[in-house]
Design a protein around this ligand. Structure first.
Ligand code: HEC
Length: 289
């Protein structure tokens, strides 16, 4: 690599001193320009296509690509789905999984009122202190507290789950990125099935189509109609899996919408700036010619 770079550097240098070669390069200036432009355009195309290509190639057979509103440059979260997703997390997943990077007050982004948030937080106990006598004490949670995890520590969590640790879900969607992120979690939640006849399933494990090794310690968490959505939506397994996955995507990356909106503004600014600069350049050079 270095050797070839050096060689090409050397030939470029000798090319410049050799008038004949230099002349030929000079004559070909136009085609070189065209070639460079082409190269640049294909590079741009490659950059734009790369994410979808890499996703397609890393796709495991059973993990289907879902359509998520938060993908792409116009990406945004569906607020109704986020609110339902919070209900699923709160009523189903929260008994095993923490969400410790989220604060109760963050639910304001899902249009919960301050009073509602205070009431949601107050259902849980947190340890605080020390008080005036130096003792730790427990009090009910406040909107400024982080989501209270269901277990005091990992050991207690493992003990309650047959030795398997239910991971904190705060960053699960961005963390599971390598496995397909939101697509993987949706596929996992909807991927429980009866094992094939020749599959040996150990005690306390459940068959799942997308989990590594197909044997997972998490019991199937979702059942048809298991919760009553407050907006009256029918709680099918697919609906709940979609909503809770979207909620977890938001929890992993709450500033996604702001970021994408800013990115779009920057692109629009650059486009307008490019047109102005181009027109200005033409005006200046018109006088020279
Ligand atoms: C009864 C407890 C329990 C409930 C309820 C539960 N989980 Fe789990 N979950 C687990 C355990 C235990 C594991 C670890 C599984 C393993 O390592 O085999 C796990 C693992 C996971 C994983 C990581 C899978 C991986 O690839 O490592 C995700 C994501 C997950 N759960 C999401 C959810 C969601 C979303 C809900 C609510 C709809 C939920 N869980 C409800 C116990 C639970």
């Amino acid at each position: 690599m270095t050797a070839s770079l050096q060689r090409s550097g050397a030939s470029a240098r000798s090319g410049r001193s050799d008038g004949r070669i230099y002349g030929r390069i000079h004559n070909n200036n136009n085609s070189v320009m065209r070639f460079t432009t082409l190269l640049f355009i294909s590079f741009l195309c490659a950059c734009l296509l790369a994410p979808s290509v890499s996703l397609a190639s890393s796709e495991k057979s059973a993990v289907k690509k879902e359509s998520w509103s938060f993908r792409g440059i116009f990406g945004h979260f569906e607020k109704a789905s986020l609110r339902r997703g919070y209900e699923v997390y709160d009523q189903v997943c929260a008994s095993c999984h923490g969400l410790r990077f989220l604060h109760y007050r963050d639910l304001e982004a899902l249009d919960y009122s301050r009073a509602q948030i205070a009431a949601l937080a107050a259902r849980l106990e947190v340890e605080d202190g020390p008080n005036d006598t130096g003792e730790l004490y427990s009090r009910s949670a406040l909107p400024s507290d982080r989501f209270v995890s269901p277990f005091a520590n990992d050991e207690a969590a493992r003990f309650a789950n047959n030795g398997a640790l239910p991971p904190d879900l705060s960053l699960i969607v961005t963390q599971a990125g390598g496995k397909g992120g939101a697509d993987f979690i949706y596929a996992l939640l909807t991927g429980y099935a009866d094992p094939p006849a020749d599959f040996v399933l150990a005690e306390g494990l459940y068959y799942n189509k997308v989990f590594k090794g197909h044997a997972i310690a998490m019991p199937p968490p979702l059942f048809e109609g298991m919760i009553a959505y407050s907006d009256g939506e029918k709680a099918s397994i697919e609906r709940m899996a979609h909503d809770v996955t979207q909620f977890l995507a938001w929890a992993s990356d709450p500033s996604l919408e702001v970021r994408k909106r800013m990115g779009l503004r920057v692109l629009i600014f650059l486009a307008v700036f490019f047109v102005v600069a181009f027109l200005y350049k033409r005006r200046v050079w018109a006088r020279v010619r």
